[in-house]
Design a protein around this ligand. Structure first.
Ligand code: TTP
Ligand code: MG
Length: 385
């Protein structure tokens, strides 16, 4: 039996801010923009702010309404990335098999190392303590026989949590969770299941494998297994972590947003095409920008549901472009996708006409070598400079 650990930092960006400015401790801190930010969204907030209903991805303006006395901070991505690097180094002290999931989160395969500690709780505590010593921050840790259980466990007692679920406890422990906690069940799948009166994992176990496959295709089998605490996915060490993307450097720097938008549409279409060829969906879209002075930034958005069509990739990347372009000429533009998953819901729920169009385009593009088909947005829009 495997022993898998999932580690996730608590209110990561906000906790770093509170660490570095004692005046912020114990207060509702909201990272993502200043109070008057028109377009900003919340990156994260301290647990003190969560009491007021503030959460990641909420518009700053809404957070101001919910938590008027909140402390609003634009945030310092360079600093968070540096802290993230320190945390990664800690992970490798404990296991060579580390899968970095995001800036503040990783899976560690601890199989075979169990005997180094008296109990798995001791192992979890050791990791939390090393993190605290190294970066003075708290992490939540979950340990279980597979990734699904480990991740659910780390989330279970946040913040500063430690939850160990031995294999023999998995069945009972899982039963009461809402189906939305099952990996790959998004809003839409949850709605279908709710219409069948399936609300908890215990309910989900009443569905036969056949009925789940009939309704959800390949994903149905996975749901059947996850409901029983079965998850065969391996921890994939960093070098294998899947992400893909495309970038392009311009012969001459470009400042016109209309031109950049066309290039972005091409890049998004390339990336979408490659995702679909791999039968993968992506949760995180990253824009890479290099300005004329060679400063390079990357900005990411994580979506509530995994996507793999050009429009979703383009729209997300375009928003990041608009938010970050400033007035500076751009040397390099790139689009990357990560947090890839074989679960997608496009075939079930998206607009069937768009789906069909995408399929036809993919087929033509495969046959002729890319690109042969252009979408309207690649042409400059009226009024663009
Ligand atoms: P999370 O681990 O999802 O959130 P968190 O660490 O802030 O809080 P929790 O205690 O619930 O784990 O994300 C890690 C960081 O990634 C978060 O601090 C900020 C950033 N982030 C965004 O910028 N936008 C988002 O929509 C999300 C979800 C996270
Ligand atoms: Mg976190």
């Amino acid at each position: 039996m495997a022993t898998i650990m999932h580690v996730d930092m608590d209110s990561f960006f906000a906790a770093v801010e509170q660490r570095d400015n004692p005046e912020l401790r114990g207060k509702p801190v909201i990272v993502g923009g200043t109070r008057d930010s028109k377009r900003g969204v919340v990156s994260t907030c301290s647990y003190e702010a969560r009491k007021y209903g503030v959460h990641s991805a909420m518009p700053i303006a809404q957070a101001v309404k919910l938590c008027p006395h909140g402390i609003f901070i634009p945030g310092n991505h360079k600093k968070y990335a540096a802290v993230s690097k320190q945390i990664r180094a800690v992970f490798y002290e404990f296991s060579p098999a580390v899968e970095i999931v995001s800036i503040d989160e990783a899976f560690l395969d601890m199989t075979g190392c169990e005997h180094l500690y008296e109990t798995l709780e001791d192992l979890g505590r050791a990791v939390k303590e090393r993190i605290r010593e190294t970066v003075s921050l708290t992490a939540s840790v979950g340990i279980g026989p597979n990734k699904f259980i480990a991740k659910l466990a780390s989330d279970h007692r946040k913040p500063d949590g430690l939850v160990v679920i031995p294999p023999e406890e998995v069945w009972d422990w899982l039963a009461p969770f809402p189906v939305k906690k099952v990996w790959g069940i998004g809003q839409k799948t949850a709605e279908v299941l709710a219409s069948w009166q399936i609300h908890t994992i215990a309910d989900l176990r009443r569905c036969s494998q056949e009925s789940l496959i009939r309704q959800f295709g390949k994903q149905g089998l996975t749901l059947y297994q996850l409901a029983r605490g079965i998850d065969h996915r391996a921890v994939e060490p960093e070098s294998e972590t899947k992400s893909l993307g495309r970038e392009t450097t311009f012969a001459e720097d470009i400042a016109a947003i209309s031109k950049l938008r066309q290039v972005l549409a091409d890049l998004a279409a390339e990336v979408g095409y490659r995702l679909r060829q791999h039968e993968l969906w992506a949760r995180t879209i990253t824009l890479k920008l290099r300005y004329d002075d060679f400063t390079t930034i990357t900005r990411s958005t994580s979506l509530p549901e995994p996507v793999n069509n050009d429009d979703d990739i383009f729209n997300t990347a375009h928003r990041l472009l608009v938010d970050n372009i400033g007035r500076r000429p751009v040397r390099l533009l790139g689009v990357y996708v990560s947090q890839l998953t074989p679960f997608g819901q496009a075939s079930l729920f998206s607009d069937p006409r768009r789906e069909k169009l995408t399929r036809v385009m993919d087929e033509l593009n495969t046959r002729h070598g890319r690109p042969v088909l252009y979408k309207g947005r690649r042409l400059p829009l009226d009024g663009d400079k």
